[in-house]
Design a protein around this ligand. Sequence first.
Ligand code: PLP
Ligand code: SF4
Length: 438
Amino acid sequence: MARKTLKLYGLQHLDILRHYRDISDRALHEFSVVGKVLPFRVNNYVLDELIDWSRPDEDPFYRLTMLDRRMLATSDFDAVERAMRNGAGATLADVAAAIRRRLNPHPANQMTTNVPLLNGSGVSGLQHKYAETCLVFPSSGQTCAAYCSFCFRWPQFVGDRSLRMATDESQRFVSYLREHKDVTDVLLTGGDPLIMRASVLRRYVEPLLGPETAHVTTIRIGTKMLGFWPYRFTTDDDADDLIRLLEEVVQSGRHLAIMMHISHPRELETPAARDAIRRLLAIGAVLRSQSPVVRGVNDDTQTWRELWTSEVRQGIFPYYMFVLRDTGPRAFFEVPLSRALDIYRGAVSQVSGLARSARGPIMSTDMGKISVDGVADFGGTRTFVLSYVQARDAEWVKRPFFARYDDTATWVDGLQPLTASDRMFLSRPEPRLARAHH
Ligand SMILES: *Cc1c(COP(=O)(O)O)cnc(C)c1O
Ligand code: SF4
């Protein structure tokens, strides 16, 4: 097979858009203004094989990866533009930093909660929120082959190291996992851990395959490489090494789950993606998909119906449909909870039972993953029926609770509990610095 080389394009390469579409100098300028605040990266696969350039402004992948002036408030946009004109670098950096701070860069208190302790000090790059699952953030895996403009990890892509969660190279996470026999699932996440060379990824995976971590029976890898660079699994110069490493996980008797972020059925249709899926299935990996509902990308029933159907046909299990998190340019992309529920119900009711394995719509919050299960009428009051599918407090799982129906709410903070007993399920806990977990 002909080898393709990944070419990454950022703000300094914006002119490349002129090769693909009609675009005015003004539009490119606006793009670069927004890019002073929000991260931007695409690559040659997204440009050449995903985006349909006949109608770029309606294209889901254009919308997913490109920037738009409406992502910033007008006053913020003007402030950045002014700072750029003045040419004072420090001022521009300050203006951009101030705007970022207002875009809720730490949703769900990611930085301060769930960081576990080993011998009294925090283990960097590890998160332990649910008893059975630990998240590992490899330090070299904190970028992606392209960026989704809505991503809740966006602060770490704009170079703010203090907003970045990553392992140091000392591999203390392995010591932590050896001591915590209740952890069955390790999820390598990012960014995209598969941006790492196979030899680097090996340093994270191999230590988990030994007898001291026999209790870790599942290794999950969260990735969007299938959508953004499927050649990672097929023709990259270390693709064979990657497949071999993944196969070793399966050979060790463990469950290897590739948790694929898939936004749209088109991601599954390119020849490169199909080859990648076949290769992963052949080694015994289990493929699951998850994605948020994003306005202008996949906010309609038909898209989800096609997505889940195509996934099942190709051997991918639909897993989660998420609600967009409350961070970054969310106002540009968000979908009301009521609308997300309609999309979910519309799609799930029209597919094979095998494609109904996706749970949703789900809000991943401080407290846990809240599912919007439906709308009910209680003595004339329209009510959202909600439940936790994952919770810090395991007692909360699968206990229905209620909030007043509101067709404008886009997140849990916009919901009013129906009764006093529903209040605790919806209120934010005090941030905890570390979790006592033994
Ligand atoms: C979703 C999630 C997990 C995994 O939950 P599962 O329901 O087991 O897939 C683990 N940790 C965090 C922080 C999560 O958001
Ligand atoms: S691939 Fe995932 S981590 Fe990377 S930008 Fe998109 S949503 Fe964020």
